[in-house]
Design a protein. Structure first.
Length: 215
């Protein structure tokens, strides 16, 4: 397989992973709905930043961390699930309403960005993906590892920006339909919070089961 074929295969693989609804997508969608375009795109930027860290991890530490992954998986999964459940709980408890001012966010944008980065970094599935996939695409015959990692990181960032950015813009437009109907917005936020909690619980249960089977 040529290097170009390898990159196309990686693009198809990473796109397939990103478009599957999960915690990252839900977080971007929630911010687009409650905070508008700026909040949604800020959350998208946070996801891209988190993806860059995953790329660095995959490029530099695949060999070492692959050996440690079985020990790290369950703590990472529990921490990520608890964090997402907490975000869901805050949404369920909130009474967020849609403002008529474009881009106004009930949560400061730096906080939205920081939470997005943490959400991405605390997703154990991303670490498992990196461990399983990167060794197949970063090979000595393709050139220096750092250059290959840079290319894979760029592909990942562009895919994240396209998918999550589209979700953020779509959510912000839907937000416009909710303007003037505060209770509808409140229940949208609370519904997203419940979904986040459910996803966190399912993720934790699947991870605990997989760890028990593997041991």
């Amino acid at each position: 397989m040529s290097y170009a074929d390898s990159l196309w295969l990686f693009l198809l693989l990473i796109a397939g992973i990103i478009v599957v609804p999960g915690m990252d997508m839900l977080y971007v969608m929630a911010n687009g709905l409650t905070g508008g375009r700026k909040a949604g795109l800020t959350a998208t930027a946070g996801m891209v930043a988190g993806g860059a860290v995953h790329t660095l991890y995959g490029t530099v530490g695949t060999g070492l961390l692959a050996a440690l992954a079985p020990k790290l998986f369950l703590p990472l999964l529990v921490a990520g699930a608890l964090y997402m459940a907490w975000i869901g709980y805050t949404l369920v408890r909130s009474s967020i309403t849609v403002d008529t001012v474009e881009g106004a966010s009930p949560v400061p944008l730096p906080t939205v960005f920081r939470r997005a980065v943490l959400t991405c970094l605390m997703n154990p599935k991303a670490y498992l993906f990196v461990i399983a996939v990167y060794p197949q695409f970063i090979r000595p015959e393709y050139g220096p590892f750092w250059q290959q990692g840079l290319v894979l990181g760029l592909i990942t960032a562009l895919t994240q920006a396209s998918v999550y950015g589209g979700i953020a813009l779509a959510a912000s437009r839907a937000r416009g339909l909710l303007t003037g109907n505060p209770m509808a917005t409140v229940w949208v936020g609370r519904s997203v919070g419940l979904v986040l909690i459910l996803v966190a619980l399912v993720t934790a249960m699947e991870g605990a089961y997989s760890t028990a089977v593997a041991s």
